[in-house]
Design a binder for this molecule. Structure first.
Ligand code: GLP
Length: 259
């Protein structure tokens, strides 16, 4: 029997959805700080418009912590992002590293080196993908993983078709994905980088707990496909999550119950 999702969290609005998930992440971070060092696995973070209200809600909550607790969080922080574009210059506002600094690193004053992302500027992109996987592995792999959902079913930048055993790799982005992400590139999908580095399903499925966030009417079709699939299939990368024992789906009414 399919266990997917283990928990369905459905809210009327994307704001409610993100606030409740932020609450859960805050609780996780509190527990995480009290764990022995050897048991603390890094947070797995995602980018995209879906995550913006989530990070805003999380920052708002964490900024209410005492100065001592916040200091400890800053000293202990360790997160690994799913993906990064290749070929954008350092500091480019459209790089995911810039996104993470803007939405999480700067507001929380986290040491920049504790927010890990694949190296989008590396001359040897394949080597950079392998090095990123090794770095994550050396930290024990991801504990709690956040995921958004691409309109074509991608998670991270795992484009269809993809298999469950694929590790961190260089990926050619599909036309659909470049179109989906073109807003930040003046609406011109040809200006969106053609390649990226992404963690694979292998690293994603190794997380203890996965939180898939799907909001907005534009995701209703792909979410319906995902929820009605009888078994994982390479053509819908997110469907490999059906094999994971602990996926929480956080969805709003627009994505879950379209008119
Ligand atoms: C992007 C990112 C993913 C993100 C997804 C959804 O291409 N690589 O990590 O989760 O697509 O993006 P959005 O939230 O903007 O719809």
């Amino acid at each position: 029997m399919l266990r997917f999702p283990r928990q369905l969290q459905r809210y009327d609005s994307a704001a409610d959805c993100c606030d409740r998930l932020a609450q859960r992440l805050e609780t996780h971070l509190r527990q995480w700080l009290s764990m022995p060092l050897a048991l603390r696995r890094p947070l797995g973070l995602a980018t995209g418009r879906t995550m913006e209200p989530l990070y805003a809600a999380l920052v708002q909550r964490l900024m209410l912590w005492s100065a001592a607790d916040l200091d400890e969080l800053r000293q202990r922080w360790s997160s690994f992002n799913l993906d990064e574009y290749l070929g954008l210059p350092a500091g480019d506002p459209r790089r995911y590293s810039t996104y993470m600094s803007r939405h999480l690193g700067e507001p929380l004053q986290l040491p920049p080196e504790t927010l890990h992302l694949p190296s989008g500027g590396a001359a040897d992109a394949h080597g950079a993908a392998q090095a990123y996987a090794a770095e994550l592995n050396a930290c024990g792999g991801v504990g709690v993983q956040l995921l958004g959902l691409g309109n074509n079913g991608h998670v991270g930048f795992n484009e269809p078709p993809t298999t469950a055993d694929q590790s961190c790799h260089v990926v050619d982005l599909s036309d659909a994905t470049r179109r989906q992400n073109s807003a930040l590139f003046g609406g011109d999908s040809a200006a969106v980088p053609a390649q990226a580095i992404t963690l694979g399903l292998h690293e994603i499925l190794a997380a203890d707990e996965i939180h898939l966030v799907v909001t907005g009417a534009a995701k209703a079709d792909i979410l319906k496909r995902l929820l009605t699939l009888p078994a994982p299939q390479p053509g819908l990368p997110a469907s490999w999550l059906l094999n994971h024992p602990c996926v929480w789906l956080w969805a709003d009414a627009d994505a879950m119950d379209p008119p």
